[in-house]
Design a binder for this molecule. Structure first.
Ligand code: HC1
Ligand code: SF4
Length: 576
């Protein structure tokens, strides 16, 4: 450890601690706009300069390690003035559009300007004239608002290993954009939205489609059905000042009804259905040689996009089961519509997702119109739902819990845990044992597949087979796993794994690019994950094959898992 002083307060910290973190330990917040706990510091914004007693240097606290015995001054009138000028210069280069900006109220630059009490900007305004990029179905890039903090570039390159974004130009002209000034949909972007989740201002944000749902609600000829994803229930509360991980499922159902939707369903129901389809697929591949091993999960649309771009040789390994969102959509427009005497045209089906890539998935031409219409008409993020609730005068806190509508709203704990990394795997394992042996597994939980390590593997006994499974989250963690597969295949060796789960975002969907903004990263992720497992524990049924409504939908409508009708409605294909 090393001993230092921060503004006269002694503190002992491990060697290698940065000044910013040492200051935090004694309750001192040093301002910074480029720093994010998920990312390596790279000292871009200059706000975090501090003084060192006896030295003329002004080190940047985010990137500089403490030196034993040093005495740091983090705040004094001179430092304040320098920081204030830095913020003023940023504001001069930033459009003055707070009132109409999607980040108003959550913008870190706005907060900084407020904290410094800036009332006028003593520099000439120099706003670049660069058009907004709305080329993807998921995100909007507004380079005029970029403050060149670098977070989006770092997250895209380091955490996601996609390299869709780069810094173009130099100095004041620096802007984050796809390489060569291309549009985002011409870049390798996988629409994960992690850039938007890490942007401190309104330079990258989800494409707002709330109007489409509101218009459908007002249309007397439309019967509006809305589903909510597993991860939404443990994060939406944050937009209403509840702690991360607080389970608000019943309030969300109630809020949707107050907004005027006709039916409230739960994606978790279709997650149970996915387990029946994907579990059956796994068992058929394992026992009948009916397809390639390992089976790889395909419910994450950003992962599918990445695989199609970079690992298209893995297509035969992908589960053909559609994602829960798409299964729920097609059942809404077929099974549910029929039960109401409605046609698929008369239903408007919307999804509330933690994810920006789901906006892209629902309009893809890969059997996503299996009902004859687009099965999910619109996919909105958790952030968009929060705005709809706030703008409709609904006091979220005072809502009483309500239930989802039967029969495609009831779910098991296995459906909920889809929202956390390792959850799809664990849900599949809970049912695979039954599908292979006809007997229930002795325990419900599979702790070995849980956790936050970027890549995890485990061995699980299923009947006579020792199933080797692996889990990866955060696209940067996928490469090693896929290369291992490629190598084993090329060498004609047995595959290293039987079943692999991949989620594009760190922590899984709970940390999707469309979730409420949170800068505490892993701490928030762990709180949301704890909420997911709490929801699982309090569920009456915890295995997908125990969901009585899943049995009913197969009996009434679908036939057998992986049967003819199930294939027509619930499966997809991939395009290299
Ligand atoms: Fe997910 Fe999924 S878990 S992809 O992470 O398979 O978005 O929450 O809805 O479809 O169920 C997201 C979450 C979500 C699907 C399910
Ligand atoms: Fe990169 Fe994901 Fe943003 Fe696309 S959506 S630019 S892949 S971080």
């Amino acid at each position: 450890t090393v001993k230092v002083e921060i503004n006269g307060t002694a503190v002992e910290v491990p060697k290698g601690t940065r000044i910013l973190d040492a200051a935090k330990k004694v309750g001192v917040k040093i301002p910074a706009l480029c720093v994010h706990p998920d990312l390596e510091p790279w000292a871009a914004c200059g706000l975090c300069i501090v003084k060192v007693e006896g030295s003329p240097k002004l080190p940047r606290a985010c990137a500089t390690e403490v030196v034993d015995g040093a005495k740091y001054i983090t705040h004094d009138p001179e430092l304040n003035e320098v920081r204030r000028t830095t913020v003023e210069m940023m504001l001069a280069n930033h459009p003055n559009e707070c009132l109409t900006c999607g980040r108003s109220g959550t913008c870190e630059l706005q907060t900084m300007a407020a904290n410094f009490g800036i009332r006028e900007i003593p520099f000439d305004s120099r706003i670049p004239e660069i058009a907004r990029d709305e080329s993807t179905p998921s995100l909007v890039l507004d380079p005029r608002k970029c403050i060149s903090c670098g977070r989006c570039v770092l997250v895209c390159q380091q955490m996601q290993d996609v390299w869709a974004l780069e810094f173009l130009n130099r100095g004041d002209e620096t802007r984050m954009m796809p390489s060569g000034g291309a549009l985002l949909n011409e870049s390798p972007c996988i629409k994960c939205g992690q850039c938007s989740a890490h942007c401190p201002v309104g330079a990258i944000y989800e494409k707002d489609e709330t109007k489409r749902l509101l218009e459908a609600i007002r249309d007397p000829d439309k019967h509006v059905a809305v589903q909510i994803a597993p991860a939404v229930r443990v994060a939406l509360g944050e937009a209403f000042d509840l702690p991360a991980g607080e389970i608000t499922t019943g309030k969300i159902y109630a809020a949707l009804r107050r907004l005027g939707v006709d039916a409230v369903f739960d994606t978790n129901f279709a997650a149970d259905l996915t387990i029946m389809e994907e579990g059956t697929e796994l068992v058929e591949r394992l026992t009948k040689g009916n397809g390639e091993i390992p089976l790889i999960t395909s419910c994450c649309p950003s992962w599918v996009d990445y695989m199609e771009k970079y690992y298209d040789d893995m297509i035969p390994h992908f589960s053909t089961a559609k994602s829960p969102m798409m299964m729920q959509g097609v059942l809404t427009k077929t099974y549910y519509a029929e039960s109401k005497g409605l046609s698929s045209k008369e239903i408007f089906s919307a999804a509330i997702m933690p994810c920006t890539a789901k906006k892209f998935e629902c309009s893809r031409d890969v059997n996503m119109f299996a009902s004859g219409e687009q099965d999910v008409d619109v996919s909105l993020t958790t952030r968009e739902l929060a705005r709809m609730i706030k703008s409709s005068g609904i006091d979220f806190h005072s809502l009483s819990d309500e239930d989802a509508d039967a029969p495609i709203g009831a779910y098991t704990g296995a459906g909920t845990i889809f929202g956390a990394t390792g959850g799809v795997m664990e849900a599949a394992l809970r049912t695979a044992h039954y599908l292979v042996t006809g007997n229930e597994h002795a325990g419900i939980t599979f702790e070995d597949v849980r956790g936050m390590d970027g890549v995890r593997s485990a061995e699980v006994q299923v009947g006579d087979t020792t199933l080797r499974v692996a889990i990866a989250h955060g696209i940067a963690n996928v490469r090693d796993l896929m290369n291992q597969l490629r190598e084993a295949k090329a060498a004609g060796q047995e595959p290293p794994f039987h079943f692999i789960e991949v989620m594009a975002c760190r922590g899984g969907c709970i940390s999707g690019g469309g979730q409420p903004y949170a800068t505490s990263s892993d701490e928030t992720r762990e709180q949301r994950i704890a909420g997911i497992y709490k929801d699982d524990e309090k569920s009456e049924f915890r295995c997908s094959h125990h969901n009585p409504f899943i049995k009913k939908v197969y009996d009434d409508f679908l036939g057998a898992p992986n049967g003819k009708k199930a294939h027509e409605l619930l499966h997809t294909h991939y395009t290299p």
